[in-house]
Design a protein around this ligand. Structure first.
Ligand SMILES: C[S@@+](CC[C@H](N)C(=O)[O-])C[C@H]1O[C@@H](n2cnc3c(N)ncnc32)[C@H](O)[C@@H]1O
Length: 312
């Protein structure tokens, strides 16, 4: 199968990184290599690009795509949150720029056998890393009703989280739930008929929630971002993060605001006691959004937001 993924906010994020031809860069979410190719194109032989992905298939595709570029390339099959140990192993002192294009690729969603899609039938899986121990089948069949309800509410902002969790735990008493189609049907039937249609497919939010749980997408994200700035970026280095839903964007915004604040004291205190100093400058105060052209040509860009900071 072709690796189809149209990179989102590509020009905007690459411009924002201010790439120097001999700099050291990190792409934490390699995917189809769209952003990495644009970085590699701007690097000379002394430039270096370190690329992470949890998905080995993505790494194999991107390796081929990046072949024509002669900068120094390192592919890492690991979570970008483990960047510190990779810096240590690879003797990297610091990065001049880091890009994170969070979430899943269109290739992962469109490949039915990966089990991410409520639109196609496939085994319930949803793990970005095909060797991961946790997958969607385990979450759906083994988590307690209250754990499912919490996940659907917290990671999917699903109004009918309780009803859907109850429907799943009732059905799995008689039969293991093993396919995306079965799960999508159970979710749809658990939602009151009047609320089934409107904001996209009725199973969209629960599928998002399960995917976030399976891949631990929000766990340690804030700490990871803080550490990337404090321990990963060189002074003057930039961090660009693209998010696709409000939960993710909220975490990125909070981490960026914390790093950019001169004082993080409780607002009620009359004087500053924290002596915190801003560690970064926000390159744009508001998130950068896709252009009307991009919105027209790539439906996946609709919810995208790009935030960029520079270490000072
Ligand atoms: C939106 S796609 C990236 C697309 C890429 N920027 C491009 O233009 O082709 C996200 C990719 O990041 C990977 N990914 C998501 N979270 C990750 C994490 N914490 N660590 C490593 N890879 C991750 C996914 O497996 C997926 O391949």
């Amino acid at each position: 199968m072709e690796f189809c993924h149209i990179s989102v906010l590509l020009g905007e994020s690459i411009d924002a990184l201010n790439i120097k031809s001999d700099g050291v860069y990190m792409d934490g979410t390699l995917g189809g290599g769209g952003h990495s190719s644009e970085i590699a194109k701007r690097l000379g032989e002394n430039g270096r690009l370190v690329m992470f992905d949890l998905d080995e298939t993505a790494i194999n595709f991107a390796k081929k795509r990046l072949e024509p570029f002669n900068c120094q390339k390192t592919f890492v099959h690991n979570n970008f949150k483990n960047f510190l140990s990779v810096m240590d192993d690879e003797k990297i002192g610091g990065f001049d720029g880091i890009i994170l294009d969070l979430g899943v690729s269109s290739y992962q969603i469109d490949t039915a056998s990966r089990g991410f899609s409520y639109m196609q039938d496939g085994e319930l899986n949803m793990a970005m890393d095909e060797h991961a121990r946790l997958n969607a089948e385990i979450v759906v069949n083994e988590y307690t009703e209250s754990a499912l309800e919490r996940i659907f509410r917290d990671y999917g902002e699903e109004k009918f989280a309780g009803r859907i969790a109850k429907a799943i735990t009732t059905i799995r008493k008689t039969k293991k739930i093993t396919t995306t189609k079965e799960l999508a049907e159970i979710i749809t039937n658990a939602i009151p008929a009047r609320a089934r249609f409107g904001a996209g497919h009725p199973a969209k939010r629960v599928f998002q929630a399960i995917r976030i749980e399976v891949n631990g997408e929000l766990e340690g994200l804030k700490e990871g971002l803080l550490s990337m700035v404090r321990n990963g970026l060189n002074t003057g280095g930039r961090l660009a993060v693209i998010t696709f839903h409000s939960l993710e964007d909220r975490i990125v915004k909070e981490a960026f605001n914390l790093l950019a604040s001169d004082c993080i004291c409780d607002k009620k205190l009359p004087v500053c006691v924290c002596h915190h100093k801003a560690e970064v400058r926000l390159v744009s105060k508001k998130p950068i959004l896709p252009s009307p052209d991009e919105l027209k040509n790539n439906p996946r860009s609709h919810s995208a937001k790009l935030r960029v900071l520079e270490k000072i």
